[in-house]
Structures are given as C-alpha cells and as structure tokens.
Ligand binder design. Structure first.
Ligand SMILES: [Zn+2]
Ligand SMILES: [Zn+2]
Length: 168
C-alpha cells in the first residue's frame, strides 16, 4: 500500500537545528503527529502550541552532531528530556517518561520541510489560545486521547513491536 503522505519526496525526511551543528534523518511516516496546546508547550516554544511527530528512536538517525539532553520540568512532574543542539540550543526532539526512551517527539518545525507533517490531532485544547481557530473537521481533544482508537493500524502495529522489544 502506498502511503499518500510520502508524496513525491520519498520515505525519508531531514532536519536539524539553526546552526546546522545537529542534523537528523527520519525514516518513514510518524506514528502520529500531535499539536499540543498545553500551557507547558506554549511556554517551552514561546508560541501557541508545539508540533511533535512521534517516531521510534531507531527511525531518528543523527547525521551530524549529538544533541545534549536537558531535563525540563513537565506537567506530570516526571520531567521531559529535551534533545538540544549543544551550540545553538535549539530543541530537536524530546522524550516523555510516559512514552519512554523508545519514542522521540520530533519538533516538526526543525524539519527542512516543516510543512511535511501536519497534525493528526490537537491535544490539550482545553488551554488552546482563544484566537487560534482549528480547521473545520480537525481532530481535537480537551486533554489526551485513547491510542487504540486514534492511531492508524500501521502505527499500532509498530507500537506493539516496540512494546515487545521493551518486554512489556
Ligand atoms: Zn545548532
Ligand atoms: Zn504540551
């Protein structure tokens, strides 16, 4: 089956920080893309929401440089590890304790083609900035959602493979 979202650009995408010290490649489609409107993401990005494409860690290959992991307080209280360029400090991706180290939340705005992965779902819209009007028909939830009924079948399959590897 051909995934329409690959378009004519092939199954990989590249991106990196502003100083180009850290570069990465993504293999295949994201598990899902979140637009997160929580107040924590608003503060960390300095804007209205964060746009994160979720990938298995082994689909995120660093082509140049190694990001530095910075632990940042999070809503859950468990902290979020943000991978930042050690030079320009731009955030590239992050790990949340709930998803574990096996899943990287890649900042879509750091892709060379950031238009590539629009959000599959808007989350935490309970704190969405009121001026921001979501497109008609956009999937949106006040807080979080149920993975089994929201992720694509292929993504759920990939998730099962991940959990098998993790032994849970
Ligand atoms: Zn940099
Ligand atoms: Zn958030």
């Amino acid at each position: 089956m051909i995934d329409q979202r690959f378009g004519d650009k092939g199954p990989t995408a590249e991106g990196g920080c502003t100083c180009r010290g850290v570069r990465y490649r993504l293999d295949g489609t994201p598990l899902i893309v979140h637009a997160c409107h929580c107040r924590w993401c608003q503060r960390e990005t300095g804007t209205a929401f964060a746009l994160n494409a979720l990938y298995e860690a082994d689909r995120v290959t660093h082509l140049a440089g190694e990001p530095e992991m910075v632990v940042t307080p999070s809503l859950s209280g468990n902290g979020q590890s943000i991978a930042r360029c050690p030079r320009c400090r731009v955030s590239i991706w992050s790990n949340y304790p709930q998803a574990g180290a096996a899943v990287r939340f890649v900042r879509v705005g750091t892709l060379d083609d950031p238009d590539r992965w629009p959000p599959d779902i808007h989350i935490y819209t309970g704190s969405k900035q009121p001026w921001l009007v979501l497109p008609p028909g956009a999937k949106a939830v006040a807080e979080f959602y149920d993975l089994e009924t929201t992720w694509r079948a292929e993504s759920l399959e990939r998730r099962r493979a991940l959990r098998g590897l993790a032994g849970n």
